[in-house]
Structure formats: C-alpha cells, structure tokens
Design a protein around this ligand. Structure first.
Ligand SMILES: C[S@@+](CC[C@H](N)C(=O)[O-])C[C@H]1O[C@@H](n2cnc3c(N)ncnc32)[C@H](O)[C@@H]1O
Length: 286
C-alpha cells in the first residue's frame, strides 16, 4: 500500500531528472559554443549564435555598437537588444538572466552608472569565466556575475528594479518557476525587458520534443499568447509580447537544429518563430 506521498514523490523525481538532463544538455551546448568563439576557430554554429545566424545577426547594429566593448558582440547568442528597449535610469539595479559573455550586462552597466548596479546570472562556468574576463579587461566596476539558475535566483526579494534577458527564458523547462522568481526579486513597480523566441504558429511535435532543438533555442519557446498569459498569471501587468523579427530557417539550419529527425530539412518552418520583445511590470501594490 502506497502512502499518500509516494506517487507524487516519483513524479517529482522524474520531472527533476528531466529538468537536470535538459540543463546539462544546454550547459554543454553553450560551454562548447563559447569555447569555439574564444578559440577563434569554431564554426560558432548553434541556433543562437554566429555571424550569419538568422536569430543573432544584426541585433546590435547602429549607435549602440559604440558602447559595446570590442569583441563581445561576436560572443553574443541573443535574439534582440533588451537593454536598449528597457529605458534604464542612472542608479537602478538591473539583473540580466542568462548573461552569457556579458554584453547586455555591460550595456546596462553603462546606463545605470555611477550609482547603479548590474548582476549577470548564468549557470555555465565557461560563460561566467568569459564574462568575468571581459569585465576585467574593460574595467567595468558596477557589473557582477553570479553563478546560478534562473529558476532559483540567488538574490533577495524585492531587490531589483529591472530584469533583462536575451534569448534565455525559452531554454528553461520550467518557465513558471522563472516568472515566479523574476516577480519575487523585482521591487514593487519593477519592470522586465526581455528578448526571446516565440512561436507564431504550432510546430511539429518532433521539434518540440527534441532536446537538441531545445538547446538550440527553438523547441522550448512558448507561443506568443501563451507567453503573455503565463506572465499575467504570475501577477505581472502591462504585459506586451511584440514580435521584432520573423525567422526563416534554411534546410541546413533545420537539419542542424533537429539532427535526430530524418527529413528535418524539409519541414515547413516558414513564419513559425519570431524574435520578440517582452515587457511587463510588477504592480506597485501587491
Ligand atoms: C542563448 S545564450 C544567451 C546568452 C546571452 N544572454 C546573450 O545574449 O549572448 C543562453 C545562456 O543562458 C544560460 N542559461 C540557459 N539556461 C539557464 C538556466 N536555467 N539558468 C541559468 N542560465 C541559463 C546559458 O548558459 C547561456 O549562457
């Protein structure tokens, strides 16, 4: 005879194992991607990353280029420019979820200085090490990188004015936990400015369930409306999910994203996914 706790415990352990397997796959993928970039001889290939990548290409064109330490743009795996959209003010405390090599954290650091502070959070040692090396090289004093999970943010309640994130939340298998944690660490009235991949129409189940595609930052993405609903359910207000670039994938990009699926290159993926800017606010009175 099972006690009331046993079946739930099994399901919990299974879901923890899945979470940890997906995280490990993602960690391996981004550790390798940044090693390739740092060694200057890798292809930089992965769904998010590389000069000709449909997701990363051209995100930082224009005036913002003058404010970015040289070399860091080529280490970017983002899908937008959330700091440019955040309207940061001097003195604010900013948290960058999945800060990678640090580009957005550095941009934010420049906008909130001299009294503001930026935390970059990432789970991958190689990313943290690269970001820290960049920080030291460029002498940035008000940026600090933390190792940890976006589902379990190592900062106190109500300690952050703005959460930014660039192409990371789609990778999390537990987005409710991410949204809960963002809500927790934000001050009342705090806001989010997130660039992320969203689906504009359903995708084949084979892609959704492929861990390789997940790590390549497509399979884990939410639908546009689903994204807004989850944020509203968490308690956020003024939620907007605005597509900024609709993606077209070539056959070879599809084959690379879903290597275990025969015929992946001929899937109809046109207009399925887009880069989007997501903004929302934690109510003042909660
Ligand atoms: C697509 S890259 C984006 C990096 C950076 N935001 C940029 O724009 O270049 C995803 C990053 O998120 C990190 N990451 C993915 N899932 C994470 C999680 N659950 N917790 C913490 N970091 C995570 C990865 O290690 C990687 O550095």
């Amino acid at each position: 005879m099972f006690s009331a706790g046993q079946p739930r415990c099994g399901a919990y352990e299974r879901s923890m194992r899945i979470l940890s397997d997906i995280r490990e796959k993602i960690r391996e993928k981004y550790a390798e991607a940044i090693r390739n970039k740092n060694s200057c001889c890798g292809s930089g290939s992965s769904c998010c990353g590389g000069a000709e990548d449909p997701i990363t290409r051209g995100n930082y064109d224009g005036a913002v280029m003058d404010r970015i330490p040289k070399g860091v743009v080529s280490q970017s795996f983002g899908c937008g420019s959330p700091v440019e959209m955040a309207g940061l003010n001097e003195g604010e405390t900013v948290l960058d979820l999945g800060s990678g090599a640090g580009l957005d954290a550095f941009l934010a650091g420049g906008e909130v200085e001299p009294t503001g502070k930026v935390f970059g959070l990432d789970m991958t040692d190689e990313m943290i090490a690269t970001a820290e090396a960049n920080r030291i090289k460029w002498g940035l004093q008000n940026v600090e990188f933390l190792k940890g999970f976006i589902e379990d943010i190592p900062l106190p309640d109500g300690s952050v004015d703005v959460v930014v994130s660039n192409c990371v939340i789609n990778l999390s298998p537990d987005k409710e936990a991410v949204f809960r944690e963002i809500y927790r660490v934000l001050k009342p009235g705090g806001r989010i400015s997130v660039s992320d991949v969203v689906f504009l129409r359903p995708i084949p189940e084979e892609i959704r369930t492929s861990i390789d595609a997940w790590a390549g930052c497509v399979a884990g993405a939410l639908g546009r409306d689903e994204y807004a609903e989850k944020l509203e359910k968490t308690g956020f207000c003024d939620v907007k999910v605005s597509p900024t670039r609709v993606y077209e994938f070539t056959s070879s990009q599809l084959e690379e994203m879903v290597p275990n699926l025969p015929g992946a290159g001929s899937l109809d993926a046109s207009g399925v996914a887009a880069g989007a800017w997501i903004s929302a606010r934690k109510p003042l009175a909660v």
